[in-house]
Design a protein. Structure first.
Length: 288
């Protein structure tokens, strides 16, 4: 074999052996750092036979040593169990006052309480919404001022005075028509005798708010064309009757309207004032 070929074969073998040697050395160093290296004398003594002997010189086997250790542990356990032993005490249920409220009871009561509070608040809100507000706004007796104030407002509105707090119109009722009015009206008659008519703003056809028409001096509904004269008596359109109205009273020169009482409007054909359109209509053609 040529020297070059032998060198090529030996070189990998030497590299492999060197790697094995380095790995073994590193492994030994890691193990020695972890558990410590034993001295030579210690390793030599461990190789010799070690015999356990009793006080009388008789040898003892490993099984006997283990059995003696188990018995010793049992005796120690019995001794611990008997130390401080007392007679069992009969169980007595705890006093509820001392125990207090459990967590389950606390959460159950809390849920019921909050649920009750929520229902109470909702019920109170519903009652407040449905209950008429005594002395405040629509549904109560509303003072609208002195007769002079009302006359001024009607004049400024060219025959019509609107009071949003009462959802109503107030107009003058002619004294010359009181004879005819006494044969038709009852609850609203005192107000007419004082010279006024208080009319609910809602059209009796489908409930739209009825505006005034200053040119015709009528009320003319822009929704479906119902028409009423200045005192709410029906003049045309699909409305089944005249405008509903409220009782109006004058006491000591002060005018008040009870919006909690809605009086049904007069039937079709009622025309106590004889008022016809005084100008062009705002809605539709003319009177029926």
């Amino acid at each position: 074999m040529e020297p070059t070929t032998a060198l090529l074969i030996a070189l990998p073998v030497l590299v492999l052996l060197a790697g094995v040697l380095v790995f073994a050395t590193a492994r030994r160093r890691d193990t020695g750092d972890a558990i410590g290296a034993l001295a030579r004398e210690t390793r030599k003594r461990d190789r010799g036979a070690v015999a356990v002997v009793e006080e009388d010189g008789a040898p003892v086997t490993g099984r006997e040593v283990e059995r003696a250790a188990v018995m010793e542990r049992r005796e120690a356990s019995k001794a611990l169990a008997t130390v401080g032993a007392t007679a069992p005490v009969a169980w007595v249920p705890p006093d509820p006052d001392v125990l207090g409220v459990t967590r389950r009871q606390f959460f159950n009561r809390g849920i019921v309480t909050f649920f009750g509070l929520g229902l109470s608040g909702f019920g109170a809100a519903c009652l407040a919404f449905l209950w008429p507000q005594a002395g405040l706004g629509f549904g109560a007796v509303i003072p609208i001022g002195s007769t002079a104030d009302v006359d001024t407002k009607i004049s400024d509105g060219q025959g019509f005075a609107y009071y949003p707090e009462g959802r109503m119109w107030v107009t003058h009722y002619p004294a010359a028509a009181l004879g005819a009015a006494r044969g038709v009206y009852a609850q609203e008659l005192p107000g007419m005798e004082a010279g006024y008519t208080a009319l609910y703003q809602k059209c009796v056809h489908l409930g739209c708010r009825v505006p005034e028409c200053k040119t015709s001096q009528w009320f003319e509904c822009q929704c479906h064309g119902s028409q009423y004269n200045r005192n709410g008596e029906k003049k045309g359109g699909p409305a089944p009757r005249g405008l509903d109205r409220f009782p109006l009273t004058v006491d000591g020169g002060r005018v008040s309207v009870d919006t909690g009482i809605i009086i049904t409007g007069p039937s079709i054909g009622t025309n106590t004032t004889g008022q016809e359109a005084e100008g062009p209509h705002c809605v539709g053609g003319g009177s029926h």
